[in-house]
Design a protein around this ligand. Structure first.
Ligand code: 8YV
Length: 313
């Protein structure tokens, strides 16, 4: 008898085939009537595959009374109530490390694109506007500037390394100082924003970091400053960000994440000074393959009674 596994969000086809081979899959992601499906198969499912877009709260868990493991294809788990999962005896695994390089690369891509107005410049050439009215206005340099990273974890550290290679001076905010890094530490995000030209959010989401990049921090960045977000939309005061961009009090922004995904505030569309990306920092064939394989391997370890590869709780 194959164990029953709920698919709340699918992984890559290659790994879906591996899951299909080992388990009886219940495709909640494809179900028209999700409530009916959960009521029918929920009690049978010992395992679940999900990702960072799936909300796992007490109500959801109550429909999966025999769930023992949730394998998420994401490093972030701010949509999941981990204490409630632990209380319910549900292990959670995520996908750290394998996505670090692509996410850090995306931060740099957004940073350079925002400061050099890549999207505006592309449109300028494409529409023939260059020939009609000459070049776009001058843009903002990056080398020699200061960058402040909010959250110097795995991804933040990878961003810091790339920034240093570009000739940026690196400072960071975190809950505690990491003296071995050689980067300048700030115990306060506003103080970091006052010091730096470019602020990059690389912290995890959730209640503890909600609007940690405040209106005051954005104000401190100023007219030539940039804000880059590859973390979560919740970590910045988004209305304040929109207002600062609109009024030219913030120079530019590069955003991979938003409060309301996949339908961000339409105000962003009107702003030439922001580069938008559809929460796709880990969205490469290579990385999504590795993330999906970790999901498969964590489930295999669980059902074989071995230690989980990347446990959260
Ligand atoms: C994913 C992410 O795009 O890993 C994360 O936390 O935000 C992204 O890598 C998302 O979870 C969908 O899989």
């Amino acid at each position: 008898m194959k164990p029953d596994v709920l698919i709340a969000y699918p992984v890559r086809p290659r790994q879906m085939a591996q899951l299909e081979e080992a388990y009886t899959l219940h495709r909640l992601d494809l179900a028209e009537d999700k409530a009916a499906m959960l009521a029918e198969v929920g009690p049978r499912c010992k395992a679940m595959v999900c990702n960072g877009h799936v909300t796992v709260d007490e109500t959801f868990l109550a429909q999966l009374p025999n769930l023992k493991i949730a394998a998420s294809s994401s490093v972030g788990y701010d949509t999941m109530d981990v204490p409630a999962m632990t209380r319910a005896g549900v292990r959670l695994t995520n996908t750290p490390d394998v996505l670090t390089d692509d996410v850090a690369d995306t931060a740099l891509m957004l940073l350079l694109a925002a400061r050099r107005r890549l999207v505006q410049g592309d449109r300028h050439v494409r529409t023939g506007e260059w020939g009609r009215s000459g070049p776009i206005p001058l843009t903002q340099s990056t080398a020699g500037k200061t960058v402040g990273i909010v959250g110097l974890g795995r991804i933040g550290s990878a961003i810091a390394k790339r920034c240093a290679a570009l000739g940026l001076v690196v400072g960071y905010y975190g809950r505690s100082e990491k003296p071995d890094t050689g980067y300048r530490y700030f115990a306060d995000v506003v103080a970091l924003a006052e010091w730096c030209d470019i602020l990059v959010a690389a912290t995890s989401g959730g209640a503890g970091t909600r609007a940690i990049v405040s209106a005051a921090a954005l104000e401190a960045l100023g007219r030539e400053g940039s804000f880059i977000n590859i973390a979560r939309g919740s970590v910045v005061d988004e209305p304040a960000l929109i207002a600062a961009l609109k009024e030219g009090r913030l120079g530019s922004a590069g955003l991979d994440v938003f409060e309301n995904e996949p339908n961000p505030d339409p105000a962003f569309r009107e702003l030439d000074t922001v580069v938008l990306y559809p929460h796709h920092a880990s969205g490469t064939e290579e990385t999504r393959d590795k993330m999906a394989q970790l999901v498969v391997d964590n489930l295999a370890a669980f059902f074989a009674g071995r230690a989980l590869l990347t446990p959260v709780n």
